[in-house]
Design a protein around this ligand. Structure first.
Ligand code: PLP
Length: 417
């Protein structure tokens, strides 16, 4: 073995406390579930697990939708599957943008031939729902897309009013709840959301690589109009039904085919990612065992302690507080401080990772995630301690010792659990 290969013999993963807006630390119970033996994808023992995943997803999404199942791939695979399956070339798609992930909807929609209409509001704020509704009335889109929790700015867009308006105006509302699902309410039915996409590596605390989605009959009706079963497995009836149709442009992301695999028919599509399915099953069990209300309260408590600590340290929180995401806290980088240098000191000395941001916010804010398993008192106190020490190391002027005390006061007033 060469010296180079010799160095590759052992996987080396340093211990870390991950306080970014994802990926976050995976719950040890999920890691254990992932080490279980592989089952065949049509084995009744496995299809039972699939059915349980669907049942738990409905509960966590607070929906009566029949369709609630994961797409194999990261969260953007879920976004792409929904857009690919709904958009035909020339369809109008309205995309309100208040951060980076609104732009991702534009990217995906354009590639599937949508006629894109955008409205924008300044980063650090969200839209007044009326503004979106009046644009919907002007554009008459087939689909409106909205990001629920915009991790690039730490803001959360209220959805209920827009959802109701979309239902009245017969427009489909597609929501990116990647960074909110499992950490704060995502009321699919009450808010009239037609399709919702989430991700594993955020508040569910499972690894990246699986994207749970849900959608209602309004969406299913559109999808089924372009249903085509793959050549190699189609029956004569399937072929007759698809004659003359323009199929969904993507094979991998064709929800009309995927839902056949997630139904009694169990029609083969791709090979299911078995270990990720186990991870999602265990991740959802953890969410439902804790209870949605308790879980959301835990996220709010740790957020409150983190914010109190940051402010007591003399740092400023970034963005409009009225629409802050409970799972992501953005901090303005003080003048004269090098944002990346502070992050490096924090990582190298404390093993704690926080995130920077994108585009115009690069170098201007830090983003701290309090999500899922990582959303804990010990982690919040560790990040405050490490951040203060790293800031001092990098020459910043902070109120020494005050951040931790302020956070501890929050916990003492309302102890966890
Ligand atoms: C709000 C939001 N949407 C979409 C994505 C894309 O997710 P992924 O990287 O899992 O494809 C992210 C990732 O950070 C996100 O935060």
């Amino acid at each position: 073995m060469t010296e180079k290969l010799e160095n590759c013999r052992r996987l080396s993963v340093p211990p870390r406390t991950i306080m970014t807006p994802g990926p976050v630390e995976v719950d040890p119970r999920v890691l254990r579930a992932m080490s279980m033996p592989i089952l065949g994808q049509f084995d009744p023992a496995f299809t039972k697990i699939m059915n349980e995943v669907m049942e738990m997803l409905r509960e966590a999404y607070q929906t009566k939708n029949h369709w609630a199942y994961p797409i194999d791939g990261t969260s953007r695979a879920g976004l792409e599957a929904v857009i690919a399956s709904l958009i035909e070339p020339g369809d109008k798609m309205l995309v309100p943008i208040y951060g980076r992930f609104g732009d991702l909807f534009v990217e995906i929609g354009e590639r599937y031939g949508a006629e894109i209409h955008t409205i924008e509001c300044p980063w650090g704020t969200v839209f007044d729902p009326e503004e979106i509704i009046s644009e919907i009335k002007k554009v008459h889109p087939k689909v409106v897309t909205l990001v629920h929790g915009e991790t690039s700015t730490g803001r959360m867009q209220p959805l209920a009013e827009v959802g109701r308006a979309c239902r009245e105006l017969d427009v489909l509302l597609v929501v990116d709840a990647v960074a909110t699902f499992g950490g704060t309410d995502v009321k699919v039915d009450d808010w009239c959301l037609d399709a919702v996409i989430s991700g594993g590596q955020k508040c569910l605390s499972i690894p990246s690589g699986i994207a749970p989605i849900t959608y209602n009959e309004r969406v299913e009706k559109v999808i089924l109009k372009r249903k085509k079963v793959e050549r190699g497995i189609a029956t004569d009836d399937d072929r007759k039904a698809a004659a003359g149709l323009l199929p969904i442009r993507s094979n991998y992301f064709d929800l009309s085919q995927l839902q056949d695999y997630w139904s009694e028919r169990r029609l083969n599509h791709h090979t299911e990612a078995t270990s990720m399915e186990y991870a999602l099953h265990e991740g959802l069990r953890l969410v439902l065992e804790e209870g949605l209300e308790n879980r959301f309260a835990r996220h709010r408590l740790n957020e409150a302690a983190l914010m109190a600590g940051i402010e007591a340290m003399g740092l400023e929180l970034y963005g409009d507080p009225a629409c802050k995401m409970p799972t992501v806290t953005c901090v303005s980088v003080p003048d004269g401080v090098n944002a990346d240098e502070v992050r490096s000191v924090l990582l190298n000395h404390f093993g704690i990772e926080i995130a920077g941001s994108f585009g115009s916010l690069q170098g201007k804010i830090w983003r701290i995630g309090t999500m899922g398993y990582g959303c804990r008192q010990d982690n919040v106190l560790a990040v405050l301690a490490g951040l203060e020490a790293s800031l001092i190391r990098c020459g910043a002027d902070v109120n020494r010792g005050e951040g931790l005390q302020a956070a501890m006061n929050v916990y003492e007033k309302q102890p966890v659990g």
